[in-house]
Design a protein around this ligand. Sequence first.
Ligand SMILES: C=CC1=C(C)c2cc3[nH]c(cc4nc(cc5[nH]c(cc1n2)c(C)c5CCC(=O)O)C(CCC(=O)O)=C4C)c(C)c3C=C
Ligand code: FES
Ligand SMILES: [Fe+2]
Length: 427
Amino acid sequence: MAFRSPFAISRRLLSGATPSARPLAWSCAAYNKTQRSTLATVVPPVTQDATGSKGPTAMVFMNMGGPSTTNEVEDFLSRLFADGDLIPLGRFQSYIGPIIARRRTPKIQKQYADIGGGSPIRKWSEYQCTEMCKILDKISPETAPHKPYVAFRYAAPLTETMYNQLLADGFGNGKGGRAVAFTQYPQYSCSTTGSSLNELWKWRNRLEGKRANGEVDPAGAIQWSVIDRWPTHPGLVEAFAQNIEAQLKTYPEEKRDQVVLLFSAHSLPMDVVNRGDPYPAEVAATVHAVMQRLKFSNPYRLCWQSQVGPKAWLGAQTQDTVMEYVKRGQTDLVLVPIAFTSDHIETLYELDLEVMEEANSPGVKRAESLNGNPIFIQGLADLAHEHLQKGEPCSAQMTLRCQGCRSERCLEQKKFFAGEKHGSLVM
Ligand SMILES: C=CC1=C(C)c2cc3[nH]c(cc4nc(cc5[nH]c(cc1n2)c(C)c5CCC(=O)O)C(CCC(=O)O)=C4C)c(C)c3C=C
Ligand code: FES
Ligand SMILES: [Fe+2]
């Protein structure tokens, strides 16, 4: 079965929205024609070739994704509400999920319409991954060429599509090859990165297991490793810090150091927090590292946004925080989205339209998202390079399940990605 490159599909949808004037090598039709057919036969196992390279290496960016057009909103929400790792609805998930998704669709469609007709996450993910791979080819020739892939959890290109593409491109299928699952959530949550890894593990077993009566033959299978978290990586911290500094410069010098920095992250339901999810602590670690880099120049707080439904969620909420400080007379505030690496509905709609409008004060501003920031993309390449050189399957943190976790899926997935070396430690 022939699969179109997920990147080629995106170019059609976004029609010229790619933020680079240069052509994206991996999405170029000519490149696909020549390179893919070659790749399909020559992907070597992870032994060094005559040039000294152990490549090609597939670099797979994992994220939740978003609807590129308003027509995709219902499918996006249906997948999201079908995900028991994100929204556990018990035995009736497959019935209740689609009902909630359908009822929520018009409201969310309107929000995407208001931010320009769709989520920019696909455009940015493809750009960031492609640019990172170009840098990696230069700084890590021993694992070159690096091939960019994107695997989204709830929107195209889905994990299944990406995996089929990997196989079509000559990875796996008895030929081995190395692939890195690189989460684009800097801070680990079982509801985000954990869910993406569960999905990747599922499709690995389904698609590679086809070869030998459902059993995956490890000899010729893709060799996976995982970049599972990077909350304090210097490239991430530097990019955030520079964006904050740029926004602070827009205030008059005499009151610049009195501007309050409000770091804002997507909230988590309290039952997920109490289960022991690592995300709140890792978000706090990012905030602290950024403030350390800024030499604690300004007062700051961390607050939480985008709670959905009637459950208790981690607070204080971003909107309440802004309104409370404005009410107290603190009208110079810089909002800093700290848990996502590109713009999305939470920044473009919730912060820029809802929060800013309600605050109704010119002193309330937002730091730019990382998007195509070259410092950030260089940071991604450095991080990937460090990972490739280390040769570890994942971080030590991956071997621990949450204290309250009862999920067999989490257990098996973690054992798999922790690999031979650390798999026995998973508990
Ligand atoms: C680090 C980021 C995120 C965490 C943690 C997270 C947890 C989480 N989210 C929901 C429910 C929904 N999230 C929705 C959209 C959405 N979520 C994030 C990020 C995180 N979510 C983003 C970036 C987006 C928007 C994507 C885009 O296209 O811009 C939605 C859909 C929108 C809506 O219906 O309001 C839901 C639902 C839960 C329950 C949860 C933790 C368990
Ligand atoms: S819920 Fe955290 S490891 Fe399973
Ligand atoms: Fe969310």
